[in-house]
Design a binder for this molecule. Sequence first.
Ligand SMILES: O=P(O)(O)OC[C@H]1O[C@H](OP(=O)(O)OP(=O)(O)O)[C@H](O)[C@@H]1O
Ligand SMILES: Nc1ncnc2[nH]cnc12
Length: 169
Amino acid sequence: MFAEENGLRGDPRLQGISDAIRVIPHFPKPGIMFQDITTLLLDHKAFKDTIDIFVERYREMDISVVAGVEARGFMFGPSIALAIGAKFLPLRKPGKLPGSVISEAYELEYGSDCLEMHVGAVQPGERVLVIDDLVATGGTLSAAIRLLGSLQPQREAIVYPRRTSTIND
Ligand SMILES: O=P(O)(O)OC[C@H]1O[C@H](OP(=O)(O)OP(=O)(O)O)[C@H](O)[C@@H]1O
Ligand SMILES: Nc1ncnc2[nH]cnc12
């Protein structure tokens, strides 16, 4: 899906990235096919290829903010932000940020959670790129969109290296 949408079909880097993500069935509960990106982080070529693909796609798009979703968006977002000349904005789980925050609750494949960001971290009209490691139900990224949308940024895109499937797919 990401490949087709971004003209990457046939890019030889994609297979290496996919192969570097370990899949662990029934974690953290029965029926979940857990996509473990820690193995990708241990593979220098696959990790670099992942960052490079996003940098190539977004470097000329006048993005001023890369927003990473805690925790795994923090593993990809800062490298992308530095390479494209943007700021990094952490979207954090509840109770972690010391300043005034705005919050957005959401449902997960195995639970519920909430994202927070500091008031004033994004100015109206800024172009924001939201980064996470994967989409399962889409609840987390939807919450990130609602959170940032309340600030009226000019959103550019949402990117992630992996979409999940369940055991029964
Ligand atoms: O599409 P969704 O159904 O919303 O699921 C995807 C989200 O779930 C995982 O994070 P998790 O909340 O498990 O937190 P973690 O990064 O701290 O492990 C993953 O890193 C995404 O953020
Ligand atoms: N299947 C999955 N693998 C890894 N992280 C997840 N977060 C939500 N669903 C997930």
